[in-house]
Ligand binder design. Structure first.
Ligand SMILES: O=P(O)(O)OC[C@H]1O[C@H](OP(=O)(O)OP(=O)(O)O)[C@H](O)[C@@H]1O
Ligand SMILES: O=c1cc[nH]c(=O)[nH]1
Ligand SMILES: [Mg+2]
Length: 212
């Protein structure tokens, strides 16, 4: 795991292997969706390392004891629609009591700038650890817009988790929101002229939902 000032790049063979399978043009929709969920769960295992805990009493077969539990009710998962939806269930597998917000953004195919079309966040957002999820951090425009929006609505403790990132996207998000920890499955080489990540995996939303 390399940690460069709030940017955490996953370095685990299971994540690397599954990302390689995602890249394969022959991986079909069903397998692609399953892999995105599995990778999200593995990344969340690391990204949620500092999740708030609370002590509660438990009765073991031997005695009563105060033991730590996750304060899951203080967490929010916020997927950036559409592709981020593919990561939600993987995180919910680990923290089933988390609430889920949604931010709808699409990239303009010409300008590559994000356009918002939906937003709903769980209250009280200011008290929650917020995990923004989107498989792709390309130019960083969508990530920055999503975090801007969450902060405008009072969100404070925000993490961003993606599967693939371009160096440009990491830089833009980190410069705009240096307080946000960015968890990345793999950093790819560059963006092409259409702002797609190379070598990448194509259009994550289309591959998750079979809309190509
Ligand atoms: O970093 P950026 O340059 O903003 O690009 C990344 C965004 O592009 C994709 O969404 P897209 O606009 O394709 O919408 P979709 O998820 O509905 O397919 C992806 O899921 C990110 O949200
Ligand atoms: O490579 C990319 C870039 C943005 N969005 C995607 O789905 N793929
Ligand atoms: Mg898309």
């Amino acid at each position: 795991m390399a940690d460069m000032d709030h940017v955490i790049i996953m370095d685990h063979p299971l994540i690397k292997h599954k990302i390689s399978m995602l890249r394969d043009i022959h991986t079909g929709t069903n397998e692609f969706r399953t892999l995105v969920g599995e990778i999200a769960m593995l990344e969340a295992f690391e990204a949620l390392r500092d999740l708030p805990m609370e002590n509660r009493e438990v009765e073991t077969p031997l005695e009563k004891a105060m033991v730590p539990y996750i304060s899951g009710k203080k967490m929010a998962i916020v997927p950036i629609l559409r592709a981020g939806l593919g990561m939600v269930d993987g995180v919910l597998t680990l923290v089933p009591t988390a609430k889920v917000g949604h931010i709808g953004l699409y990239r303009d195919p010409k300008t590559h700038e994000p356009h918002e079309y939906y937003c709903k966040l769980p209250a009280p957002i200011e008290q929650r650890t917020i995990l923004v999820v989107d498989p792709m951090l390309a130019t960083g425009g969508s990530g920055v817009e999503a975090v801007d929006f969450i902060k405008q609505h009072g969100g404070k403790k925000i993490k961003f988790m993606c599967i693939l990132a371009a160096p440009e996207g990491i830089k833009r998000l980190h410069e705009a929101h240096p307080d946000v920890q960015i968890y990345v499955g793999c950093v790819d080489r560059e963006l092409n002229e259409d702002a797609y990540i190379c070598p990448g995996l194509g259009d994550a939303g289309d591959r998750i939902f079979g809309t190509k």
